[in-house]
Design a protein around this ligand. Structure first.
Ligand SMILES: NC(=O)c1ccc[n+]([C@@H]2O[C@H](COP(=O)([O-])OP(=O)(O)OC[C@H]3O[C@@H](n4cnc5c(N)ncnc54)[C@H](O)[C@@H]3O)[C@@H](O)[C@H]2O)c1
Length: 361
């Protein structure tokens, strides 16, 4: 059996990064690329010197040589595109957010079970070098017992509202942006149960005719009472990533502390024997691996890390994580967050799942 997997890429904006990841990985081959926009298909073919493209997703799904569909279409289309891939007997790698609500969760769980194919959620932040190292150190016990954690995703992303689909129903700063910070919290606290928070729609988002909160703060508490604080700010000036990383995760344990972030390749640790100031690891040699295109805004390195995790998991007969169930649990946390904003009350994730008759065990 061939050890390489063949990917068909759907959506060629951010899909550019996954094409680069596939072409640079020994575990993968590129089967076909697909976008409704034929000019963009041709541009990507020229950029990566590949030939096989189509503007018809169904045509790509009918290609028997393709094992996995990589989905990079607008957020609101992910659920339908995952469903079509599963029905065609393909594995799925879908960028975040997995979906924009839990409406399709049960149908997808059923389709995934029936197809016996994997659905992997491309939560890219987990695969960024400092955040990978932080997780390895956590698993190795260097923090001792986890006491609390703080995550944030802060960026002035008003440019994002220039797009048609980000002003359409189903877009929110929470599901498109803040999910990175929520996913990091859920990685360390997989049993988040109580959610409480506040959010504001600032004048800067209202100026685009939109009514989605852009400045948000939540406490997420697990069944043992451990909690994460999660912050998101998306339509206001920032300090700049040299002062405050766009994405950051701080773990505070009984024996040690660490902080990893993005886009700067910085990882701070203070493990036993404890020092007055944390040690800093930088990964300058990996800068060009992570940032292959202009500036520090593309994601090819993280994507290569996650597709290689996917391929190795399959080779070892394991489920690549985060999988569909984990992705749906994170969306249930997000739905609880939305409910907490509306009601000003603490909302229980188990009640959100029960209210929708979703069973993840
Ligand atoms: N760090 C990350 O993981 C990360 C970063 C950026 C974007 N993303 C995600 O990637 C997705 C795409 O974002 P983007 O910035 O590339 O948006 P985009 O609008 O630039 O690209 C989406 C593309 O999908 C194509 N498309 C839409 N419907 C289609 C269909 N039915 N068949 C074929 N093609 C279709 C569009 O023509 C467009 O080219 C979003 O879900 C976004 O959240 C993830």
């Amino acid at each position: 059996m061939s050890r390489t997997l063949t990917m068909g890429v759907l959506g060629l904006g951010e899909g550019r990064s996954i094409i680069s990841a596939v072409l640079n990985s020994d575990d993968w081959e590129l089967g076909c690329i697909c976008d409704l926009n034929e000019a963009l298909c041709k541009e990507r073919c020229r950029e990566f010197q590949v030939e096989n493209y189509t503007t018809d997703y169904k045509e790509m799904l009918a290609d028997d040589t393709i094992d996995v569909i990589g989905i990079y279409t607008p957020d609101q289309l992910h659920a339908a595109h995952i469903m079509m891939a599963l029905e065609a007997g393909k594995h799925v790698i879908c960028t975040k957010p997995l979906m924009v609500s839990l409406d399709e969760a049960n149908a997808l769980l059923e389709a995934q079970k029936k197809s016996d194919k994997h659905v992997f959620v491309g939560q890219s932040s987990r695969y960024f070098e400092p955040l990978r190292r932080q997780h390895e150190d956590f698993e190795a016990g260097k923090h001792g017992e986890l006491v609390t954690l703080e995550t944030h995703y802060i960026s002035d992303s008003r440019w994002f509202l220039e797009r048609d689909w980000s002003r359409a129903d189903g877009f929110s700063w929470m599901y498109n942006f803040m999910i990175h910070a929520v996913d990091l919290a859920a990685w360390y606290l997989p049993d988040i149960e109580e959610v409480y928070g506040a959010g504001i729609v600032s004048q800067n988002t209202k100026a685009y005719g939109m009514d989605v909160p852009d400045t948000l703060k939540f406490l997420l508490k697990d069944k043992d009472g451990k909690f994460a604080s999660v912050t998101g700010v998306y339509a206001a000036p920032t300090l700049g990533s040299a002062v405050q990383q766009n994405i950051s995760c701080t773990l505070r344990g009984t024996k040690g502390i660490s902080q990893g972030g993005y886009p700067k390749l910085k990882y701070y640790t203070n493990f036993e024997p404890l020092q007055k100031t944390a040690a800093l690891q930088t990964f300058d040699d990996l800068h060009s691996y992570f940032f292959r295109f202009e500036q520090e805004s593309h994601h090819a390195g993280e994507y290569q890390n996650y597709i290689e995790h996917f391929a190795k998991s399959l080779q070892q007969g394991e489920t690549p994580k985060p999988d569909l169930k984990e992705g749906i649990h994170t969306l249930a946390v997000m739905e609880a967050m939305e409910e907490a904003l509306k009601t000003g009350q603490v909302v229980r994730v188990s009640e959100v799942l029960a209210g929708r008759n979703i069973h993840l065990k």
